[in-house]
Design a binder for this molecule. Structure first.
Ligand code: B4P
Length: 191
């Protein structure tokens, strides 16, 4: 089983690369951002709550996202492996994910961190906001807040995975195909 965490700041290319990796390695893609946007679109009570939080650029509660991921792991327990995109984003989420996977004897194989500077991230997100109309991509202040959330709550997870010997950093600047090749090379070395 191949269980990969695709790690990086907002706009680093996690969603872009996850779609390509899923196809190459026949994995199940879990994007908590996509799952939350689906709840918003469906107008569920969870979606109504999440929409207010995401519009501010802050993280949705650990309880909500851990609950979503736990039920998806349960439903897909017999797959080839998973790509976690945008999850975990806090220490509590990382610990919960380890507990969920280790109890099923299918631990994380590696965390692949995309390295991209803040100026490039902001440029990419605002550009996507113009094309997609995604509310949290259009306002520079919201984007700044999302990056701050990443720096204070998510970036420290690098140490968590480094201590486990599972952190691999990949340059996230370049063409999408170049970055995909670097990620595939890392996976082929690790597995
Ligand atoms: P996400 O949906 O995860 O948003 P994201 O981090 O911006 O996505 P991503 O990083 O995948 O974007 P990508 O690079 O693919 O989360 C949105 C919100 O949901 C969060 O702010 C939070 O509120 C909530 N949330 C989600 N998960 C959560 C969790 N676990 N806990 C709590 N809250 C949670 O794309 C960026 C753009 O760059 C695209 O337009 C793409 O085309 C472009 N791009 C990609 N690669 C490029 C390259 N190499 N060169 C140039 N452009 C590139």
């Amino acid at each position: 089983m191949l269980n990969i965490i695709l790690f990086g700041p907002p706009g680093a290319g996690k969603g872009t690369q996850a779609a390509k990796l899923v196809a190459r390695f026949n994995l199940i893609h879990f994007s908590t951002g996509d799952m939350l946007r689906a709840e918003i679109k469906a107008g569920t009570p969870l979606g109504v709550e999440a929409q207010k939080i995401m519009a501010k650029g802050i993280l949705v509660s650990d309880e909500i996202v851990i609950g979503i991921i736990a039920s998806q792991i349960e439903l897909n327990a017999h797959s080839n492996g998973f790509i976690f995109d945008g999850f975990p984003r806090t220490l509590a989420q990382a610990v919960a994910l380890d507990e969920l996977l280790n109890s099923r004897n299918m631990p994380i194989t590696a965390t692949l961190a995309l390295d991209v500077d803040t100026a490039e991230l902001t440029k990419r997100i605002l550009l996507r906001g113009k094309a997609s109309g995604r509310a949290d991509d259009q306002n520079e202040e919201t984007v700044k807040k999302r990056v701050q959330e990443y720096v204070s709550k998510t970036a420290p997870l690098k140490d968590y995975y480094k201590r486990q010997g599972k952190l691999h950093t990949v340059n996230g600047i370049g063409s999408m195909d170049e970055i995909f090749d670097s990620l595939c090379n890392e996976i082929l070395i690790i597995r």
